[in-house]
Design a protein around this ligand. Structure first.
Ligand SMILES: [Zn+2]
Length: 442
């Protein structure tokens, strides 16, 4: 069994909850070593104990590095890297119907494998260790996750109109049977009804029956645009949130992506039912969907994680950048510079994200007994000087390139910026060739 010792680093364990806007968060940072045995953290600074005669099989020099829990991307469609920058600056429904859905119809399982591989490399390179995905050809997505070494929640996207809805639901069951808790426990399977406007109530009821049978959660786009709210109000006379509640969806763990347009009653309902929200500020900005009321949601007690959404609507999967945008956007939205301070934003990108995905007891903190999902940030860069407040610097100044080494489930998947689990240039070549064919058929 591998035993890794990271020596002499600064450590941001994320074990204390952020308490407010003004105070410096420097006290959150400690210094010392981090010890890992197998997939588990044994010691963090002076927390936890090493067994007598414990000897590492690998030592990483942590000098001039900041060690913190890996970031949690709460909502994405990984393989959409294939369509990065293919169709930009368009309204959501036109973009989906005229641009994205037609090219997606030409995707093969292999395309999705390579597009996902590219996404995983990009996420690891920018400090993400866990992601929550909704797409199709999910068997191939799981294979890429298994090979490259990330932690993932995977859902087969479900559109509940026509026979395809039944086929996709069957595929979801097969996915659960084959992959739930597999890849050393790194993979969890969820159900992925796309949205209330693509999954009518009769279909959602079938999805919920599967959630009941297999005891898995629901990952859904919810209250993303004003158009969606108008359509659902017109069809069912209630908000999308109220519709889901009435159908009984909130009896199961739910990750609701976006939640941009909510009434106060919706917010109360999400809080009361423990629904987790995935906030995707850059996708919402790019598609002009609006600004999610994150400050209000968190004040009401809703767990809000951060997500990038797919690379076709962002256009990158950089959670450091997304976390910064989340913090900045709430200040603009509320007119209050104290809204969503740096420590809170970082908390959402790690611990709260883990909680949203139902993994709060396993990841999101550096703590003995937790899974060893952690990243090392190289502090020898101009934008890290002077070091007044490392938490603020991480949120407001850090760049993806600062991420130097990434460990997931106790395994080094990137060391000194080199991906260890797959040939990165092979992935680039595959994606380039496949993406061209997809957008220029025949
Ligand atoms: Zn999405």
């Amino acid at each position: 069994m591998e035993r890794i010792l990271i020596k002499d680093c600064l450590i941001l364990p994320m074990t204390s909850e952020p308490s407010g806007g003004e105070e410096a968060q420097e006290e959150l940072v400690i210094s010392g070593d981090v010890a890992i045995e197998g997939d588990t953290i044994l010691q963090v600074g002076d927390q936890g104990e090493l067994p007598p005669n414990w000897k590492p099989t690998k030592v990483i020099d942590g000098k001039d590095h900041l060690c913190l829990p890996g970031l949690v991307n709460c909502h994405t469609h990984a393989a959409m890297t294939l369509f990065r920058s293919y169709a930009d600056d368009l309204p959501l429904m036109y973009w989906l119907e005229k641009k994205i859905w037609p090219v997606e119809a030409r995707l093969s399982g292999e395309d999705v494998y390579w597009g996902t591989a590219l996404a995983l490399i990009e996420m690891i390179r920018s400090g993400t260790t866990t992601f929550n995905d909704m797409y199709f050809f999910m068997d191939e997505v799981a294979q890429a996750v298994e090979k490259i070494g990330m932690r993932a929640c995977l859902a087969r996207g479900l559109i509940g109109i026509g026979v395809q809805g039944e086929v996709a639901l069957d595929e979801s069951k097969q996915l659960i049977a084959k992959w739930h808790k597999q890849a050393e426990g790194r993979i969890n399977i969820w159900l992925g009804p796309h949205a209330p406007y693509t999954c009518p109530p009769t279909y959602l009821e079938k999805v919920l029956a599967v959630a009941e049978e297999y005891q898995v959660g629901i990952h859904i786009h919810l209250s993303e645009t004003e158009g969606e709210i108008r359509q659902i109000q017109k069809q069912y006379g209630k908000t999308p949130v109220a519709l889901l509640r009435e159908l009984g969806a909130f009896r199961y763990p739910v990750v609701a992506a976006h939640c941009v347009h909510l009434t106060d009653e919706d917010i109360r309902c999400l809080a009361e039912n423990g629904v987790g929200v995935a906030h995707n500020p850059e996708s919402n900005m790019k598609l002009a969907s609006g600004i999610a009321p994150v400050t209000k949601l968190r004040a009401a007690g809703v767990a809000v994680g951060i997500g990038t959404d797919g690379a076709a609507s962002n256009n990158n999967l950089d959670m450091l950048e997304e976390t910064r945008t989340a913090a900045l956007l709430q200040k603009v939205a509320t007119g209050d510079p104290q809204a969503l301070p740096a420590a809170t934003a970082l908390f959402m990108a790690t611990r709260e994200g883990a909680r949203v995905l139902g993994l709060g007891d396993e990841i999101g903190m550096l703590k003995p007994g937790y899974k060893a999902d952690l990243i090392l940030i190289d502090l020898k860069q101009s934008h890290w000087y002077p070091k007044h407040n490392l938490v603020s610097q991480l949120v407001y100044a850090a760049q993806a390139h600062d991420v130097d080494t990434v460990i997931i489930n106790g395994k080094v998947v990137m060391e000194n910026r080199k991906i260890t689990t797959i040939d990165e240039e092979l992935v680039w070549a595959q994606v380039e060739e496949r993406a061209k064919r997809l957008v220029e058929p025949g």
